[in-house]
Design a protein around this ligand. Structure first.
Ligand code: 3UK
Length: 557
């Protein structure tokens, strides 16, 4: 037990491995975190979110209820608890996990991923979920930044993570990182985790974490191309359930949740795991959740609450005629702005008012939204009870109603970057989180989204960093110079567009375009590849040599 210096909370941390605490920003740079706005937010100093959500579900008498369904499984709360307990024993007894260790999870959304997520928290570990689409290069960055102790992967996806657990970003070898797998044995011959579990008792002595021990690190792709790890405490996990979900979503215990975002995107973790479990409801988990699969699963499982991005609502519209989605009663949209046209078309086709909500990895989940009855089409909504939000100028003064300014928010959750003081000071000012979005506030307290204030490309709900794609393109021998920006697109919001200056001897033709697109797809998650490529003679630059991306975005500028 290590006492903390200058941190709130009357119970000692349970973390023996103090890496996370050691790499939190100094508390003076945290946003103001406020738990007083709602009585539900008084969690006390000792809290393990896994115990509250999972062991707590059994204590509340929900053991026989279905917690999760997948195309191949039906898992009750009791079965989930037993699976998580056995897995926690494997982590501690076989893999040597001690409280505070970071455990990386790699797999599509499935009951096994949920059980592992709870097992890590029960053992006092810190969960690092990763997008199934990530490649070795990106996983290496994550493993390095979060100093991953153990990676657990679906055997189908193990190759890239096994490579990442061996090498550091600078190419040197790492020591000590282990890999376990489910669905088959690990590359080093370690039996599948199911086999290790079978020998374990279904009970576990849960680690008594402090409410402010770090429970998860979620990575966000940064505007500079460097993913940033955001750290969240045990109490933050409950706080998102007791704010947005309890106050705005207002689902019931007989609701069946479904959706597309992977757990590595905290939109999905909240909507598909935490929110249903907090109220004893169930969720359908899909590894394949593109719009055709999602709409088919809504029909098949009679789902009632869906979490997905605006693009997916648009893509499902033409499929509604061939599917029965009459079970649906609540639809949540986040990740990018919900266009009025999409909102209207969905309402006309289904009768359902989409609940738009802006969230961020730094704040874990949604902080501005509105209940169906309060929705103003085209607006993101009002501040979620438990949070405060303002629209401010560069000096953090409120801008007048109706004028565009920067969105500033604070509440029970907030930004604490892993070992990144520079980004911490940019995101948190005067105790407020600045999300990088510009907004207008109206006289009735509704927030109207304007634009991103930075360079992020948001395509089909994915955040893509232009500079990261540029870096990979520049590694190709055909590329002399390049600039990657978001180009407007009616379907995806934006598409990744690369402006490329070729090296002599390379033809500006479709063959080269395809070659470069394939190159990016091999190096990075495929959704980051440039769908549009334009060959140019020069790129606009400042006289200090900086690329002027705003001029690529708007050639008339
Ligand atoms: C943008 C939106 C307009 C906005 C997220 C719900 O998207 C999530 O987190 P990310 O860290 O991105 C955050 C940024 O995405 N954005 C998100 N939602 C909206 N813009 N309208 C919206 N409704 O720029 C924000 O700063 O990937 C969303 C829950 C959890 C999340 N992590």
């Amino acid at each position: 037990m290590t006492p903390r210096d200058g941190l709130p909370g009357g119970v000692p941390t349970a973390h023996v491995d103090t890496f996370a605490r050691d790499h939190l920003p100094p508390q003076a740079l945290w946003p103001v975190m406020d738990y007083s706005a709602l009585p539900a937010l008084a969690y006390g100093d000792q809290l393990n979110a896994a115990v509250a959500l999972l062991d707590g579900a059994i204590a509340r008498g929900w053991g026989d209820r279905v917690a999760f369904r997948s195309p191949t499984e039906v898992v009750t709360y009791q079965a989930l608890l037993e699976r998580a307990n056995r897995l926690a024993r494997v982590l501690v007894e076989d893999a040597g996990v001690v409280p505070g260790n970071r455990v990386l999870l790699r797999g599509g959304n499935s009951p096994m991923m949920v059980a592992l997520w709870f097992a890590v928290l029960k053992a006092g570990g810190i969960v690092v979920c990763t997008m199934p689409l990530l490649r070795a290069r990106e996983l290496t960055f994550t493993a390095d930044k979060a100093q991953i102790h153990l990676a657990i992967s679906d055997v189908k996806l193990v190759d890239e993570v096994a490579a990442a657990m061996q090498t550091r970003a600078d190419g040197t070898l790492r020591a000590g990182g282990r890999v376990l797998t489910w669905g088959g044995a690990a590359p080093d011959g370690t039996p599948a985790i199911e086999q290790l579990m079978a020998a374990k008792a279904p009970t576990f002595e849960n680690v008594r974490t402090a409410a402010d021990d770090v429970a998860l690190i979620a990575f966000t792709s940064g505007t500079t191309g460097e993913g940033k790890g955001t750290m969240h405490f045990h109490r933050d996990i409950l706080a998102i359930c007791d704010t947005f979900a309890a106050q705005v979503l207002c689902a019931d215990d007989d609701d069946v949740f479904i959706g597309s975002p992977p757990f590595a995107f905290t939109f999905g973790l909240g909507g598909l795991v935490l929110f249903p479990m907090r109220i004893g409801a169930s969720a359908v988990l899909l590894e394949q959740a593109t719009p055709p699969f999602l709409i088919a699963a809504i029909q098949q499982h009679r789902a009632t609450v869906v979490f997905t991005a605006p693009t997916a609502y648009r893509a499902m519209l033409p499929l509604l005629a061939e599917h029965d989605v009459s079970s649906l009663r609540k639809c949540v949209s986040a990740g990018e702005a919900l266009p009025r046209a999409t909102f209207d078309a969905w309402k006309a086709a289904t009768g359902i008012t989409i609940i738009d909500g802006i969230g961020a990895t730094e704040l874990l989940h949604i902080f501005i939204s509105a209940r169906e009855a309060d929705v103003r089409p085209g607006s993101t909504g009002k501040v979620v009870p438990g949070f405060q939000a303002r629209v401010v100028d560069d000096a953090m003064r409120d801008v007048p109603v109706g004028e565009v300014g920067r969105l500033a928010v604070r509440g029970p959750t907030g930004c604490r970057y892993l070992a990144n003081l520079e980004r911490q000071q940019a995101y948190v000012q005067d105790g407020w989180n600045l999300t990088g979005d510009s907004y207008k506030l109206d006289a009735d307290g509704y927030f109207w989204y304007q634009a991103r204030t930075d360079d992020m490309i948001i395509s089909a709900g994915y955040n893509i960093s232009g500079p990261e794609v540029e870096g990979v393109l520049l590694e190709h021998p055909a590329v002399q110079e390049c600039g990657v920006v978001g180009a407007p697109d009616p379907e995806r919001g934006q598409v990744v567009k690369a402006y490329i200056v070729l090296r002599p001897g390379h033809a500006a033709d479709p063959t080269t375009t395809k070659l470069l697109q394939d190159w990016v797809k091999q190096q990075l998650a495929p959704y980051k590849y440039p769908r549009a490529v334009e060959f140019v003679d020069t790129l606009p630059r400042t006289n200090t040599g900086k690329l002027q991306r705003y001029r690529l975005r708007d050639p008339s500028a």
